[in-house]
Design a protein around this ligand. Structure first.
Ligand code: AGP
Length: 607
């Protein structure tokens, strides 16, 4: 999964291509490259590592040309070296690719048998050779691309240049997103509207199987059957300004601190405080016939879904299934007619989740989507769109998108419960009241930042860290562990507190910090018993609880972090804050790349 951009422009394009890549770095940052056509040449600059390395190369050795393509890579096939960096090129053709060519092996072998020489280990290079072979044999470039697209299987978004056609840019997509941007006598291709934001807001989203031929006088889109089609041009509304870190050292820290504001912003669209009711943006959606909910998501979004399962069952008394998207399609899930399939995603482009969404639609489910990027594929494919208003999330580790997802899911649980006749006006009033308290409580949680920072050097040397929680705090334990491993590279696991004694307790010794998430309340005593089992075996406990919980169980802990006393409904929103801050400060102590940790990408657009 990578980011691609192409410009057929009026003047030099290479700086603008790199500027576009900056907006696409969330899709991968293993290597980057640019290619333009000028003076009868396909001319490339490529560099291993972050985009700045490419920018430096271009500064030392600028690239002229009014047509070009560019790429930022998250390695799938082949190490993140310069040779494997895109654009891949032959004498005649250069291209950039996002996705995976699943049949690249037989294609490569056949091409090699015909004498083609490969210079990378990527799956992508076969496409360059397929097209080039035809062009070299005298086939028209458009026809060469059209027929080559029939030979490749898998997922792709492609942008293709031709040495002998400096006014021709061809794009194609299947399974990976690609948009066409319309400028003043210029045309663009990009992985998303964000990449093109400084260039244009006039965007056409290509459909599955579409391909597009861009020349100086015309933009012609073809569908999967090669028939000319029109795709509506919409105004993206995406701002061209690059988001900056403000006074914060990292985007992640800024995003953690933004949470009270963005959660309040999100709740504004889901609560009617005067009427003391919850209300979804789409007020006409009929929930009364929904018999079952199937939640599907990945990573942090999946943990938000796990919390929601507790809420949907508790409030609406509805059967809820939940699955990680990468497993969902492949276990032949039994989906009753009348079911609601609920997909949760920050980016709205996660390939596993998108594929699961399409599977659920084919199985007759109504599709609801909780999503942060309003122009994303998932947002566009939803029957019921439930936006989060976290604003752009840049740090690879998801923070504010997660708590905004929780806010939306809590409102959705109340809505479902009301539609099912299981929520009295009094109970609804209570829910609205507690949700409205969440931003202030999150602010109070943030005020413990310096204590958590002081604790970080004690956790940073650990090789393993465990997180424990019960009920809705169990997914929070999983989320805490995910945050820590993503950005500090410390092995961390989250467990249901009661499950410890069934095996994981064998891991406990005095080198393993155990973070216990236990707000006082109905499950507190049980969690504390499990915590004591850990302490009895020498485990060093950090207890995250409120004053009451800490007074009852804080003694003997290595450290305690005090949260405000909150209603159990909003506890996951509040307790997200200390686990995020702990992961952040530990990563800073370890000196890792907090916003762009190794091996990861913000948006995972390959299966
Ligand atoms: C979270 O910190 C991760 N980087 C990752 O697990 C993420 O939540 C997952 O890839 C899902 O992404 P999405 O919400 O954009 O679909």
């Amino acid at each position: 999964m990578c980011g691609i951009i192409g410009i057929l422009g009026r003047d030099a394009v290479s700086d603008r291509l790199v500027e576009g890549l900056r907006r696409l770095e969330y899709r991968g940052y293993d290597s980057a490259g640019v290619c333009t056509v000028h003076d009868g040449l396909l001319d490339r600059r490529r560099a291993e590592g972050k985009l700045d390395n490419l920018a430096k190369k271009l500064l030392a050795d600028p690239l002229p040309g009014a047509i070009g393509i560019a790429h930022t890579r998250w390695a799938t096939h082949g190490a993140p070296t310069e040779d494997n960096a895109h654009p891949h090129a032959t004498e005649q053709v250069a291209l950039v690719h996002n996705g995976i060519i699943e049949n690249f092996k037989p294609l490569r072998e056949a091409l090699q048998a015909r004498g083609r020489v490969f210079t990378s280990q990527t799956d992508t290079e076969v496409v360059a050779h397929l097209v080039s072979e035809k062009v070299e044999a005298g086939v028209d470039p458009v026809e060469a691309v059209r027929t080559s697209l029939k030979e490749i299987h898998g997922a792709f978004a492609l942008a293709i240049l031709f040495r002998e056609h400096p006014d021709l840019l061809i794009g194609a997509r299947l399974g990976s997103p690609l948009v066409v941007g319309y400028g003043e006598n210029e045309t663009y291709l990009g992985s998303d509207a964000l990449a093109l934001a400084p260039l244009t807001q006039k965007i056409a989203y290509l459909d599955e199987g579409d391909w597009v031929v861009i020349t100086r006088d015309k933009v012609q889109i073809f569908d999967k059957d090669d028939q000319p089609v029109e795709r509506p041009v919409t105004l993206s509304g995406v701002t061209g300004a690059l988001i900056d870190k403000g006074n914060y050292r990292h985007f992640m820290l800024k995003e953690i601190f933004e949470q009270p504001v963005v959660v309040a912003q999100t709740l504004q669209s889901y609560l009617r405080p005067l009427e003391e009711q919850v209300a979804l943006p789409d007020r006409d959606f009929d929930f009364s016939k929904i018999s079952r909910v199937t939640i599907v998501a990945c990573g942090t979004s999946f943990y938000a879904g796990m919390v929601a399962k507790y809420w949907f069952e508790q409030f609406a008394r509805m059967p809820v299934d939940i699955d990680v998207a990468s497993e969902f399609r492949y276990r032949a899930p039994v989906l009753d007619p009348g079911g609601l399939a609920l997909f949760i995603s920050q980016s709205g482009e996660t390939a596993d989740t998108l594929a699961a969404l399409r599977h659920a639609r084919a199985e007759g489910q109504t599709i609801a989507v909780v999503v942060n990027v309003p122009t994303s594929s998932m947002a566009r494919e939803a029957d019921l769109l439930l936006p989060t208003y976290a604003g752009p999330e840049i740090g690879v580790a998801s923070t504010k998108a997660f708590t905004c997802q929780l806010a939306v899911l809590a409102a959705l649980a109340a809505n479902l419960a009301r539609a099912k006749g299981r929520l009295s006006p009094d109970a609804e009033r209570e829910i609205v009241k507690h949700l409205a308290e969440a931003p202030a409580a999150m602010n109070a949680a943030l005020s413990h930042d310096s204590e958590i920072e002081a604790l970080a050097p004690l956790i940073a040397p650990a090789r393993d860290v465990l997180y424990l929680g019960r009920g809705p705090d169990y997914p929070m334990a999983l989320e805490g562990a995910l945050k820590l491993k993503e950005i500090s590279y410390i092995h961390a696991e989250g467990y249901a507190a009661g499950e410890m004694k069934h095996g994981p307790i064998a891991l406990i010794d005095d080198n393993v910090p155990v973070i216990v998430i236990a707000p006082s309340g109905p499950l507190f005593e049980k969690t504390v018993s499990n915590m004591q089992e850990v302490q009895a075996r020498g485990g060093k406990v950090v207890l995250i609880s409120d004053a009451e919980g800490i007074a009852l169980a804080g003694e003997g802990c290595m450290a305690t972090i005090e949260m405000p006393k909150v209603h159990p409904l909003i506890a996951p929103l509040v307790y997200a804050v200390p686990v995020q801050l702990l992961a952040y400060h530990v990563a800073v102590v370890k000196g890792t790349d907090v916003d762009q940790p190794r091996n990861l990408a913000k948006s995972v657009t390959v299966e």
